[in-house]
Design a protein around this ligand. Structure first.
Ligand code: GLU
Length: 481
């Protein structure tokens, strides 16, 4: 980065699934750096994996980052001078750049079939070798390539990694990182479906969007040398790279929804204040100093330096999050307290979503708070509830719940009809009687035998909270035989 270059940073989430706490964590450091330097934060939606991208996920990314106050300056929804900001709308730009690499000899077309590649992988595995492309198509002549293209043989474009060198880059947090190019695969840049891979699209877009600092999660470190090679191949200056440590579960494994709710929706729903979440995420990677635990983004901006980000594995500890949240709650005055409940908990939208579930089930309003409490609670009390049906044992219950969580995770849209279909199909697959199957699910999700219709209730409770409750049962003492 040259001295005169403006600070321009970006977050580049893929719109798959629920908005992730990791996205907020990475966005926070980018946001602080941009604001501190009077620069800009770009929000780029990386949706080139069309089979996984969802419009609803994109919307939720906007909503959750706005909720946290991590406002971006340019993005698909806001526009800007370097758009389009949705990667799938930049395909022609990516293809142009791949053509350029083919012309300059930094990339080549590969016609290997998926079968050949699978066999190659198998062989490499059996011989204990590093997995990767063997360069079979690296030296095809221009004529051979033309001939195959004419015949319509499917192909991909691969990066021609100069194997005889070493690639080095400086990480602003970790220092110099070096890797022998023999360790680097001839990365696919354009897939056979004509879409670019993350690597090509990411580098081209970062360059064209004039990104000065690439601050992203640690898991991308191994991709960065390939990106550096791409910058070199195009003759472009590399941005500053900084890889922030991954958030971890309590057992130090990479944070995952199996062990910790990871959706920002879940924490919002749980009643974590956005200021507390931001403060907590900041503490995951940085210290304000003097043991000061509670600080605002503005205070952070006064002191923050990229190089001060800690490299330890930050543990996303919900107990700690609640402790921080409590300190923010204590700062609320009576107006703040009541406004929060009215504007965030008992909202018009949420209450309306409960209307069809309760309109025929109440004799008077005093019954509402008690009967609807599971729509507002987090974990539930299962004491005394017959979670295990008579014809099943605890082990069978566990297997059923684990399978159900996986199925629910894969459900495309979290809507009552789809949930109902999924439950029916899953029940038939595992051959459980309707009553044995539906009642325990009702109990686990709502804590009551007499909840409103199950699938409709699950829709309103939300995927993350349903998963949390099912896992809570799996992990707790409730499944004692
Ligand atoms: N699309 C990648 C992600 O979802 C972006 C990684 C990067 O910041 O380069 O995390």
């Amino acid at each position: 980065m040259s001295d005169t270059q403006k600070v321009r940073v970006r977050v580049a989430p893929s719109p798959t699934g629920d908005p992730h706490v990791g996205t907020a964590y990475v966005t926070l450091f980018n946001y602080i750096l941009a604001k501190q330097a009077g620069g800009e934060l770009v929000l780029r939606i990386e949706d080139t994996d069309q089979s996984r991208a969802r419009a609803s996920s994109e919307q939720q990314i906007y909503e959750s980052l706005s909720w946290l106050g991590l406002e971006w300056d340019e993005g698909p929804d806001k526009g800007g001078d370097y758009g389009p900001y949705r990667q799938s709308e930049r395909k022609s730009i990516h293809l142009e750049h791949s053509e350029q690499l083919l012309k300059t000899g930094h990339a080549y077309r590969c016609f290997c079939t998926p079968e050949r590649l699978a066999k190659l992988r198998e062989q490499q595995r059996a011989e204990g070798k590093m997995l990767g492309y063997d360069g079979h198509c690296r030296s095809l002549s221009v004529e051979e390539v033309e001939q195959k293209m004419k015949e319509g043989v499917p192909s991909v474009v691969r990066l021609k990694v100069p194997k005889d060198r070493v690639t080095q880059f400086d990480d602003a947090i970790r220092g110099s990182i070096e890797i022998k190019n023999t360790q680097l695969d001839d990365q696919v840049l354009i897939k056979s479906d004509g879409f670019p891979t993350y690597h090509l699209a990411n580098v081209v877009d970062d360059h064209l969007m004039k990104i000065s600092h690439v601050i992203r999660a640690e898991e991308w470190i191994s991709s960065t040398p390939k990106h550096v090679l791409l910058y070199k191949a195009f003759g472009w200056e590399t941005p500053v790279f900084a890889h922030v440590p991954l958030l971890r579960n309590l057992d130090k494994s990479k944070i995952s929804k199996r062990k910790n709710p990871v959706s920002l929706n879940y924490y919002k729903r749980k009643g974590i204040l956005p200021e507390a979440m931001v403060n907590f995420l900041a503490l995951m990677g940085w210290s304000y100093g003097d043991d000061q635990e509670v600080f605002s983004p503005e205070q952070m901006m006064e002191k923050f330096k990229l190089k001060d980000i800690h490299l330890g594995g930050p543990v996303f500890d919900v107990v700690k999050l609640k402790h921080i949240n409590q300190q923010y709650m204590q700062k609320l005055d009576s107006k703040g307290f009541s406004h929060y409940l009215r504007d965030k908990v008992f909202t018009q939208d949420y209450l309306e979503s409960l209307f069809p579930l309760f309109k025929d089930r109440l004799e008077c309003f005093e019954q509402f708070v008690d009967r609807s409490s599971f729509f507002f609670n987090g974990g539930l009390d299962y004491e005394g509830l017959p979670l295990i049906p008579k014809s099943k044992d605890a082990k069978e219950m566990r297997t059923m719940i684990k399978g159900l969580i996986e199925e629910l995770d894969d459900l495309y849209e979290w809507k009552a009809d789809a949930i109902q279909n999924l439950l029916n199909t899953y029940r038939e697959k595992i051959e459980w009687k309707p009553r044995d199957f539906f009642m325990p699910i009702r109990l686990m999700a709502t804590g009551r035998k007499d909840s409103p219709p199950l699938a409709e209730s699950l829709e309103v409770i939300g995927r993350e909270m349903v998963r949390f409750r099912l896992r809570d049962v799996l992990n707790g003492a409730h499944l004692k035989p």
